[in-house]
Design a protein around this ligand. Structure first.
Ligand code: DON
Length: 305
């Protein structure tokens, strides 16, 4: 497997030249577009990797299914009174249909509006306690107790996140967010600024692929039903308004982020984490999708093959 991954990284390197690194969060614009890497963790905790797997980057939207798991553990499935389960077909930060959709709840937990609602539902007595619970849960899911927040990226998004603020205030006005809206936005920005490597992402995927059970300790981290929900929503909504195309071309539950990472959970088989900061027009990593697509076709991993 390591040889195959090395070959795939070499063959897909050229795609790091295509597309653009995200700059709407200014600090993200500093990422090196030339990096690319992949890690795989299987159900027996074997790790395979190639390329730039030591590089740290912020988790961004890849945090969304993980925060959803914690919100489900805190509130049960009444989370879905406040956020839907359907793909939106709109861009990840769209405001367009919030005001016109008849129920006014965000379409799903993978678009920004849905994710901000989800983060607002995570329990704790203060915003600090809520965030500590988020960070500790991410540490468990990644099997990495050293995770921390990149404060430069967090402050950069805090300063420039006006679109997310407008989404948050709209949701607050409609009582979809019941908690303090500024605290909820701050914790959402902070959760997006947690730093990870490809290997951390592969562990996230592996825990989900293993039905919510740690592949290292065999401890159950999340209930099976919630792990299923997260994988299903990653599959239908995880690659934003390219989720349908990705399902056809690659065919595995995956979640992307604007830092250029993608993580995948292939049920009962493996977790995969990839990085490549340059994005296509939908906000998904160009080289990351190529790497995933090569692995899936070489190993016949599509859920539909
Ligand atoms: O809220 C934002 O815009 C970012 N913190 C995360 C967006 C993101 O990763 C969308 N991904 N493709």
């Amino acid at each position: 497997m390591n040889l195959l991954l090395k070959k795939i990284i070499a063959e897909t390197k050229k795609y790091t030249k295509e597309g653009n690194v995200a700059t709407y969060i200014p600090e993200l614009g500093r990422m090196d577009r030339n990096i690319s890497g992949v890690s795989i963790v299987d159900m027996n905790n074997n790790i395979y990797s190639a390329g730039d797997t030591d590089v740290k980057f912020t988790i961004q939207s890849m945090s969304k299914p993980i925060a959803l798991l914690l919100a489900l553990m805190d509130n049960g499935e009444k989370v879905f009174d406040k956020v839907g389960k359907e793909p939106s077909g709109d861009s990840f930060n769209s405001l367009k249909r919030l005001a016109t959709h008849n129920t006014e709840i965000p379409f799903n937990p993978m678009v920004n509006a849905g994710a901000i609602v989800v983060t607002s539902m995570i329990k704790g007595n203060s915003k600090e306690e809520k965030f500590n619970r988020i960070l500790n849960f991410f540490k468990k899911m990644t099997e990495n107790s050293d995770l921390s927040v990149n404060m430069d990226v967090f402050n950069s998004e805090l300063k420039t996140g006006d679109k997310n603020r407008s989404i948050g205030y709209f949701l607050k006005e409609n009582n979809i967010i019941e908690e303090d809206v500024n605290d909820s936005l701050e914790n959402y920005f902070k959760q997006c600024s947690i730093e990870v490597t490809c290997t951390d992402l592969a562990y996230l995927g592996a825990t989900l692929a293993n039905d919510g059970v740690s592949v290292i300790t065999n401890e159950r981290i999340v209930p099976s039903r919630y792990a299923t929900i997260a994988k299903a929503l990653m599959f239908t909504c995880g690659m934003y308004d390219d989720s349908g195309k990705f399902a056809l071309e690659v065919g595995i539950p995956s979640k992307s982020g604007v830092s250029g990472g993608v993580f995948s959970a292939i049920p009962n088989k493996m977790g995969i984490g990839v990085i490549g900061p340059s994005l296509d027009k939908k906000g998904n990593s160009i080289v990351g999708i190529k790497i995933l697509s090569e692995i899936v076709s070489e190993k016949k991993l599509s859920l539909f093959s």
